[in-house]
Design a binder for this molecule. Sequence first.
Ligand code: X8Z
Ligand code: ZN
Length: 620
Amino acid sequence: MTTKKLAWAASLAAAFLSIGLTACTPDTDIVPSSKAPPTAAEAAEFAAAAESTLMDLATRAERAAWVRSNYITDDTQAIAAEANGLLTAAAVDLAGKAARYDDLALDDDVRRKLNRLKLAMTLPAPPDPAKIADLARISGSLESTYGTGSYCLSRSDYGGTASDQDCLDLTGMTQIMASSRDPELLRELWTGWRTVSPTMRAEFQRLVDLGNEGAQTLGYDDLGSLWRSGYDMPADDFAAEMDRLWGQVKPLYDALHCHVRDGLAAHYGEALVPEGQPIPAHLLGNMWAQTWGNVYDLVAPADADPGYDLTERIVASGMTEIDMVLSAEGFFTSMGFDPLPDGFWRRSLFTKPRDRDVVCHASAWNLDQVDDLRIKMCIQPSAEDFVTIHHELGHNIYQRAYNQQPFMYRNGANDGFHEAIGDTIALSVTPVYLKTIGLIDDIPDESSDLGLLLSQALDKIAFLPFGLLVDRWRWQVFSGETPPQQYNQAWWELRRQYQGVAAPVYRSEADFDPGAKYHVPANVPYTRYFLAGILQFQFHRSLCEIAGFEGSLHRCSVYGNRQAGKRLNEMLAMGASRPWPEALEALTGSREIDAGAIIDYFAPLMDWLDEQNQGRNCGW
Ligand code: X8Z
Ligand code: ZN
């Protein structure tokens, strides 16, 4: 994502933060003062002037946000909050002024731009300078609390590399969670990380109140309703569409859950992992139990070993962090995309600095909205981070592809598209491709496809309910259905309902577990990742068809295929200029999001899971 990118949607990236230019007040006074009735020509001029004002402020805000995220101090936070406040003030003001044209018949393009003025903000503030400043400060503070979080272990025999009296940051904790099979250590890490978030509660509550007030000023019921309105369809239809897609993939998730629980029970014992109950959330190899690929060895099919472990191969090959990024760039250039600009290599953050606090959560930026592309990531030599690098470069490639569009359209067709591009490319990181780039020596034969599919499902299928529930929780919070005194309880009800996982230790309202997931303190909407989880398979299937690939989808790689690259670029270059079904149609020929491709991809695995699960007491 582009992280905090703005408060504007997806990736406009980081744009909507704030810059602190004390003496500078945005010029939003661009509505004619005459009492004459509004005209379509005036609306077009207004839209153009608004774009220019916002692009300037977004660029300043993004620069301040970049510095803050790379160097978290009280001062950089203040500077970024100020810039963010200026941007928010201008955006809210302009969105209000656009109402003057509500009843006019306008050119489609002008109407679309005026609508997007409101929808581009993920955190609008009420038009009150004190509240704007407060919200900008709070949103920066929450993200910084997350970014600087750490936990000091009560023991030192965990085999990790913590310094400073065994105090670990999230990167260090993540590394141990990925490989440890010691349930007590895992439980301590799980609870330890969650000590960073209780202090966020009061600020988060204030963010909810002010964000709701801002959304209401713009005419929405609450902030969740504003978020759901950004998909070229009524907000309620969007929520129903997500339910429809979840219904399509849920049988696959249920089958995977059943098999994984059985494997964990075999390893840890039925007392810790009882049949018919949710899986304890600390045993799945990931801090949030959102992807499960790290427990592959506990649930692997017998006789279907792919014969390599990508993390081991990356380490053994001696690849540096930059080599990993070069390799991902090489995939895009093989399809005909231009190499990344020099500035990308000079300005990006690839590794965690030893001497200062940074926001390590991976993000992709375009600071001048043209081609000042960068990523910011604390890369570890792992298969997981190799995929994330492709994910981030997908954002950068998208950002550059739409940089000829007017500013209001420099964004994904919707935010799910933005999240899906790099993941789509990563689906082409197949054994054949890995051999081509020299990371493995032998291509495993087809008998090990099941192992590869299971490993892929542990990340891609396991993620889907998590991708859905984070915003189910926020939507309930924003609407008031979940009041502050039930924040944590409601979170765990959703975790149980959608994912079938449970906290390993007692949780109460003294905890604030949603705050231990980056996107909550950073106020990044999350349904986009669920959508991307489905879309990436649909995109992959179409690219493979365009490339003329015949065979099982999971064996297809579009590496080196310029025709596939050209068609992908055509969709990307549209940005947000047209409703997303048109962008989807440009690549896939269909205007509907469809889980058919992900279901086809995993069909052989589903058959196998059904066999394995016979006689097991599935569900929770
Ligand atoms: O936040 C991200 C990206 C940046 S947009 C690293 N992702 C989600 C997460 O980490 O929770 C990618 C997958 C889901
Ligand atoms: Zn992303």
